[in-house]
Design a protein around this ligand. Structure first.
Ligand code: DX5
Ligand code: ZN
Length: 211
């Protein structure tokens, strides 16, 4: 499936593109939450999640690019996020944080930066709902896909056939099939949706490649 990221849209009007994506058939919306500490930019908070939640029945996932991610779990869960993804580099306690999310009734995902090995999540792969493999360095949309990250997707897929393996960064018509071949089954798409002829056209083109 495609997980459209709203990062590259006009932040003063995120409802318009999200409605268009939902009408086009999107079942997941990906929120890139940056705190100006874990990564340099500051983006959106739980208020935006709450507003977008009202637009329909879809999986709302928050990708927390923040320090102390657990400090934000409750706010994003209360805002209606179905899945919360925190970075393995931002905590020494990924197991406990996964348990915390599950106790809130929220799916748990752990993200790994390009420089982070799969070993960082291997011991908890059985209790996770998702692993997000960053295929760019987090912080900005529109960067070039780092294909070296794909061996981590392959390794994760060999560990668990039913895991959600999400790839994030630089996904377009060329890179999506390569990531899919490696074993990814959820594809974050940001700038490619904002830069196409229309959002729906770009969404449909990429969704067709998911199989
Ligand atoms: C990067 C974010 C991504 C970003 C992807 O830090 O995690 O979700 O929006 O954007 P594109 O698709 O433009 O690489
Ligand atoms: Zn993201």
């Amino acid at each position: 499936m495609i997980a459209p990221s709203v990062l590259s849209f006009d932040h003063s009007d995120l409802a318009t593109p999200v409605k268009e994506l939902l009408n086009a058939g999107a079942g997941v919306i990906h929120l890139d939450v940056m705190d100006g500490q874990f990564v340099p930019p500051i983006t959106i908070g739980d208020g935006v999640a709450k507003g977008l939640r009202r637009l329909g029945d879809f999986t709302l996932e928050a990708h927390l690019m923040t320090l102390t991610p657990e400090a934000h779990f409750e706010a994003f869960a209360k805002a209606g996020c179905n899945r919360i993804i925190f970075h393995s580099e931002a905590t020494s306690h990924a197991h406990r944080l996964t348990q915390t999310l599950h106790s809130m009734g929220v799916q748990a995902g752990v993200a790994v930066n390009p420089a982070t090995p799969v070993a960082m999540v291997e011991e908890i792969v059985d209790i996770l709902d998702e692993v997000l493999v960053m295929t760019v360095n987090p912080g900005w949309g529109g960067q070039t896909f780092i294909s070296e990250a794909l061996h981590k997707v392959k390794r994760l897929r060999s560990l668990r056939s039913d895991l959600i393996i999400e790839v994030d960064g630089g996904i377009d018509e060329k890179t999506l099939p390569v990531a899919r071949e490696a074993g990814a089954n959820l594809f974050v798409v940001g700038s490619r949706l904002a830069n196409g002829k229309s959002i729906a056209e770009a969404y449909n083109t990429l969704a067709a490649l998911c199989g």
